[in-house]
Design a binder for this molecule. Sequence first.
Ligand code: GLC
Length: 433
Amino acid sequence: MKKLLALLMTVSCMLTAQAQNGGYTPTPENLKARSEFRDSRFGIFLHWGLYSIFGQGEWYMTNANINHAEYAKVSEAFYPHRFDAAQWVAAIKASGARYICFTSRHHEGFSMWDTKQSDYNIMNTPYGKDVLRMLADECHRQDVKLHLYYSHLDWTREDYPIGRTGRGTGREGRANWAEYYAFMNRQLTELLTNYGEIGAIWFDGVWDHDSDSVPFDWQLEEQYALIHRLQPACLVGNNHHQTPVEGEDIQIFERDVPGENKAGLSGQEISRLPLETCQTMNGMWGYKVVDQNYKSTAELIRLLVRTSAKGANLLLNVGPQPDGTLPATALSRLSEMGEWLAVNGSSIYGTEAGEVVVGDSIVSTRCGNVTYLHVLSDKVKRIEVPFAGKVKRVVAFSDKQRLEYRLRDGKLCIPEINIPEETINYIIEIHKK
Ligand code: GLC
């Protein structure tokens, strides 16, 4: 009788959860993948496509109003003779990143894999090799998860219903949504069938129809269900700049740490799903020749720390060059971040958002009983922060030396800290009782 009652309660809990979520109940594999994703904290975004050859960023076609048929001619020049998937993945892995998100098809409409759904793909270039296959094989070999970016919008295809971007690319407006939708689903099926385990599908472009007078129906639920049917553990994320909708497994923020909205794309509410912030290393996503405005290693590390302190992952972008190599500056940033993470990673990976935040200079992450205070400025000489709970000890992260502290009226005070000059991030461990 007890067993029956327990079973009934479990079923009713499941039904309630399902009702609260509408129709989508993530599978146990999916929940496991979410928690692994959450623990991984750091990934690298790769924007690689025909646009990389023009060297003007991935929005070039529409920004310069280039006719898509003229633009497509550059596919005849796609020959990244220095591309070496093993080197890319090794450099990314050494940065401490745990996953790669690769642009399988961006807004330009060119597919970076051997797709049977369109001739406009990598096999029909002089290079003629399936770069996604090479990348996927290497990721699996080197144990780095592979996520795939997939654009919902297309500036080249006639069957895509034209939205607010790509109005000058020469399409004639012969939209056929049913045909385009079926095309996308067949492509997604290829991606999720032929390349082994895919950690996530990262959609982008829904905002192309955010100004329509009649709300555009992207039929996302059905598409998400297809993905989950093909690979239940594959996480679905959508860079639609809204709070997540039914069927999504992660929440994406563009160019902002969750809760901040400096770039104007991240005002949406923060959900309880795993979070990810994507950001560029310089200014643009796709390779752009004039864009040498790289953030310093210290800035990037602090960004990773601030993102982790919000309980979010950082997806940091690199734009490969026309010859198939990663820019030298990006490579050196990756290796310096890796050096930092090799020493300080335990305060980042597998942590949650910490309870202590003081402006931009002190943030925190937490793992079990330990709160990691990250002091992001070498100007801080003493610490006084609100802190709930009892403390067992306070130590410096680097040498585990005990630090003197006082806990009074809900405040933790560390009267004296000596942060060596130019420290990127000084970490203090607070062990709770
Ligand atoms: C934006 C851009 C796109 C880029 C993406 C990455 O949505 O349209 O070019 O790939 O952000 O976050």
